[in-house]
Design a protein around this ligand. Structure first.
Ligand SMILES: Cc1cc2nc3c(=O)[nH]c(=O)nc-3n(C[C@H](O)[C@H](O)[C@H](O)COP(=O)(O)O)c2cc1C
Length: 194
């Protein structure tokens, strides 16, 4: 783990994607490894924490995920916007996107999934939940989160903190056609009055 990354308690893992950031789906099987962008992911269960992510059946990622039964969701910061768009615009079948973009992944602590930390705000290591009918019919994949970590400069003690000094790590949200908006402008609701 890189110096700023700290483990995130599993009961807080859903918060890492609760606000709908575009993520990087990382995967590996045998000697092959891959990374793609995904705008569509969300928490779906509390305990154990489970998530859903749409991984098109046509993608190389999908093939690797089905073969290995595991994947990572890495949450890129704004500084990785161009990279996110690039790995979402080309297939790893044409060559190793980690090597093409000079990315050095770390290994997930539970499943050994490649995970990107440099420039990312967080990652979740996920074990695919086998769902033969869903897998045949839909692009949606369900998984259990088995480990999570975040850069403590932007997520600590179970909470995001979007500030002026961590803009490069703030999460990005795809509006379509290569347009993104960066998370920020954080404020807290007043406690409800009875
Ligand atoms: C910003 C962005 C968001 C994307 N979101 C998704 C998504 O949620 N699900 C999906 O299947 N593909 C999504 N894609 C497309 C894949 O990232 C794209 O098909 C990728 O080239 C697949 O790579 P692979 O064949 O190496 O797995 C997105 C692309 C971009 C640029």
């Amino acid at each position: 783990m890189t110096p700023h990354f700290q483990p995130v308690a599993l009961h807080h893992a859903s918060r890492l994607i609760n606000h709908g950031p575009t993520v990087l789906v990382t995967s590996a099987h045998g000697a092959a490894r891959n990374i793609m962008a995904a705008a569509w992911s969300m928490p779906v269960e509390f305990t154990p924490p489970r998530i859903a992510v749409v991984i098109d059946k046509q993608t190389w990622t999908r093939e690797l995920v089905m073969a290995s039964g595991a994947f990572g969701l890495c949450v890129p910061g704004a500084a990785l916007t161009d990279l996110t768009y690039a790995v979402g615009s080309a297939s790893g079948r044409a060559g190793d996107k980690f090597a093409q973009h000079g990315l050095t992944p770390t290994r997930g602590p539970v499943l050994g999934v490649p995970l990107l930390e440099d420039g990312c705000a967080a990652w979740l290591e996920c074990r695919l939940i086998p769902e033969p009918h869903t897998e045949r019919a839909y692009d949606t994949c369900f998984a259990e989160v088995v480990a999570a970590a975040a850069d403590a400069r932007i997520f600590a003690d179970g909470h995001w903190s979007f500030r002026e000094d961590n803009a490069a790590l703030q999460t990005i949200h795809h509006l379509g056609a290569g347009n993104f908006v960066r998370a920020g402008g954080m404020w807290r609701a007043q406690p409800p009055t009875a």
